[in-house]
Ligand binder design. Structure first.
Ligand code: ZN
Length: 220
């Protein structure tokens, strides 16, 4: 489930830029490197586990106040609970790699330290689900490239070895599936009946032409 900025009391961005390349064809997976064990306690009752919300807000504070950036760097966050948190959101340029690739990609930051922790199935499923939703809604091109931050030569361990190890499964789950034999046969059957329908008026036209020729030939 997605929680937009007002739910987690995001501060307003100082500046925002539209992604110049849109829809994007690349997704970067990051982690925040803060230990965040699964804890569903939600004292303020807003639906977001308190520890995930507190850490997410701390990232925005750190990025804006310490690093001097315009906003939290990531487009989206995801917790161990499977909760999705809006960062800059869709259509906005992020700053998570600090490279020109930010201009044509979206970033998803996993809340936790996955060099040490294991990501939950809920977290992995949420990443897959969110990317699929992005494809369905036209924010991401079909069959996108899904990278870990450490795939780029930045000298980072992000998103941590344990989450990095899940990227092949995430790619596999997002990739378009080969249609089954049944689906292909059904499609052929449908096309055949369409051809039949299209052939009917051609038959009529052919007969009409033949009779016109006859008339011409009969004319003295
Ligand atoms: Zn990163």
């Amino acid at each position: 489930m997605i929680f937009w900025r007002k739910v987690w009391d995001a501060r307003a961005a100082k500046r925002a830029y539209a992604l110049p390349v849109y829809p994007v064809s690349t997704i970067f997976v990051h982690h925040g490197a803060t230990m965040a064990p699964l804890n569903l306690e939600d004292a303020d009752g807003d639906g977001i586990p308190d520890n995930e919300e507190a850490i997410w807000r701390s990232y925005q504070r750190y990025h804006m106040d310490t690093r001097g950036w315009s906003d939290i760097a990531y487009n989206f966050g995801v917790g161990q609970s499977g909760t999705i948190l809006a960062g800059r959101g869709w259509k906005k340029q992020g700053g998570a790699t600090g490279s020109p690739e930010d201009r044509k990609s979206l970033s998803i930051c996993a809340i936790g330290n996955f060099e040490k922790q294991q990501p939950t199935d809920e977290m992995v499923d949420a990443i897959v689900g969110w990317i699929k939703k992005g494809i369905k809604n036209g924010h991401i091109t079909p069959n996108p490239i899904i990278k870990g931050h450490k795939d780029k030569p930045y000298g980072t361990s992000c998103p941590g070895q344990n989450l990095y190890a899940k990227l092949p499964a995430i790619r596999e789950a997002v990739a378009p599936k080969e249609p089954t034999e049944e689906a292909v046969l059904a499609q052929i059957k449908g096309l055949r009946s369409k051809i039949k329908v299209l052939r009917a008026p051609i038959k009529v036209l052919k007969a009409r032409i033949a009779s016109l020729y006859e008339q011409i030939n009969d004319t003295p």
